[in-house]
Design a protein around this ligand. Sequence first.
Ligand code: PGA
Length: 264
Amino acid sequence: MLVVLKKDYEEVSREAARMVAGAVRAKPDIVLGLATGGTPLGLYKELVALHRADALDFSCVTSFNLDEYLGLAHAHPQSFHCFMEENFFSQVNLPRERAHIPDGTIRGDYDAYCERYEQSIKSAGGIDLQILGIGRNGHIGFNEPTSSLASRTRLKALSRETVEDNRHVFSSESEMPKCAITMGIGTILESRRVLLLASGRSKAAAVAKAIEGPITSSVSASALQMHPDVTFIIDEEAAYSLTQRDYYRHVLEMTQLFMPERLS
Ligand code: PGA
């Protein structure tokens, strides 16, 4: 596990974009796992800038988003379909037919739909690089506390904390989603490489539990301790509760010296 400590949100976004751009250049037909939320916004801005100024090419890239709210039309301004369209897909040359987002408008046999989403990830060759944020409650995707660490893509009830975090962006109680379709923790752990981004003091407790706490279904992100290639890119505020910051800096220096490819 690599912990990259950065000063602030801008530095986190730039470093994440540098790594994602490096991965896309190294493997133009890469399969990316994408996340939504406030955290990856800066990363998408940087990638769009690299696409425009530096010809970063997404024309052969395939993507799978982590999750989507159940019951929101694609055009709803708070849907993750809308988020991705606005902040990324409309601004780069990633072909829409290769950009997958769970469909929150489905009705009926959710298990069959989720199984198909899993199958399409497999058919694409599996996810090479998964981008993650982290919730205040330690969730990754919408794998809320007590999610099975072996879970797959499925319908998931949102926790009270997540519903509260969302309250300000929905105009009415009835509009607020109570469930989502999300990749599972088992799905995420199968991606070849994981980048988790975190910024701000509100994430400090979750980040510390994920990196230094016990592996537990109470903190979904702690499952990443079992992944062989995960990098946390976090700012000073999000790193606030970590007890071994000096050691992480030392590990990073040694990695730069002996295994620079891990950071490219
Ligand atoms: P945020 O959400 O980036 O909007 O803070 C992260 C998450 O809940 O996974």
